[in-house]
Design a protein around this ligand. Structure first.
Ligand SMILES: C[S@@+](CC[C@H](N)C(=O)[O-])C[C@H]1O[C@@H](n2cnc3c(N)ncnc32)[C@H](O)[C@@H]1O
Length: 282
């Protein structure tokens, strides 16, 4: 416990020092370092394969990348570096309101904040600072001249991009994970992917840990009960459910119910990876 506290303090001091020097910051105390190797690989495989398709069919055009939910810019850095290494003409658009979204007059957003996990709650409390760290970090990356940020919700950014008739090669969805948000993001952004006879853009994302068809293997619930649980938790970010005996030591599994429910509704269109990464099957 004491070592953990010391580590977090060291991370805070390092971050503040590097920020003053306008260097990249990696604040572990703000949950920097969430990209695990397995997920990183799945993300890179997906973007590599899209770049290959783009190179063979569209090489004289601009590769348009969109990320919904950027936080400290870790996934943007991963994708941006890879795209920047492979292509000359590209544009990276990140979308994140960096807002606590606690509007006292907005009952729904107040309810959402209460329903968040402690980690998400802490992230949101410090979101303005995180926005400054994000901008600081991006301005340290090679792709900085081919990037812009839309500080707004994905719903509003969608309307803006659509009004300019912008069509996407690659869209990475990692914003809000509530049922209604993942549904909006998926359905909205799917309509502005490039879609031609010989080439189409890709939509993919993060945090799809548990697919509906696994319920049987992990839980004692009936199909109807499991569906009811998902429906009751549409406005929850993350939930834990008790597993069957012998499944794991903790006897519980945590996952984002919004993704499990929505992807069950559009059955068969999504490939889920063990890392939680997902992509639309073309
Ligand atoms: C899980 S974090 C993103 C992590 C990032 N993709 C990474 O891997 O480094 C989710 C982000 O979604 C953002 N967010 C919250 N509401 C949003 C909305 N309505 N539209 C887009 N992004 C939103 C939060 O501010 C937060 O930074």
């Amino acid at each position: 416990m004491i070592f953990k506290k010391i580590n977090l303090l060291v991370s805070f001091i390092k971050t503040s020092y590097n920020y003053l020097l306008h260097k990249e910051v990696k604040p572990k105390y703000l949950f920097y370092g969430q990209l695990q190797k397995k997920r990183e690989k799945d993300m890179l495989d997906a973007v590599n394969s899209q770049i290959d398709k783009f190179k063979s069919k569209k090489n004289n055009e601009t590769f348009i990348f969109v990320e919904i939910g950027s936080y400290l810019g870790e996934s943007l850095k991963l994708f941006g570096n890879r795209i920047g290494n492979e292509l000359e003409n590209f544009l990276l658009i990140s979308i994140d309101p960096y807002s606590e979204f606690l509007d006292k007059n907005d009952k729904e957003s107040e309810e959402n904040l209460v329903n968040q996990t402690k980690t998400t709650y802490l992230m949101n409390k410090r979101i303005s600072k995180i926005y400054n760290y994000f901008i600081n970090n991006v301005s340290n990356y090679h792709f900085k001249h081919k990037h812009f940020h839309l500080r707004m919700t994905s719903d509003d950014a969608f309307k803006l991009l659509k009004s300019f008739n912008i069509k996407l090669d690659f869209c990475y969805v990692d914003g809000l994970h509530y049922y209604q948000n993942i549904k909006n993001d998926y359905l909205n952004y799917s309509t502005i992917l490039k879609n031609e006879s010989n080439y189409s853009g890709l939509i993919c994302g993060d945090d799809y840990e548990f697919s509906f068809d696994q319920y049987n293997k992990y839980f004692d619930y009936s199909k109807e009960d499991f569906l009811a649980i998902l429906n009751q938790n549409k406005t929850k970010d993350y939930i834990f459910l008790k597993t069957k005996a012998g499944i794991n030591k903790k006897n519980k599994i945590g996952f984002h119910p919004g993704l499990t429910l929505f992807f069950n509704e559009i059955d068969g269109k999504i490939k889920r990876f063990d890392s939680g990464f997902w992509k639309k099957i073309s």
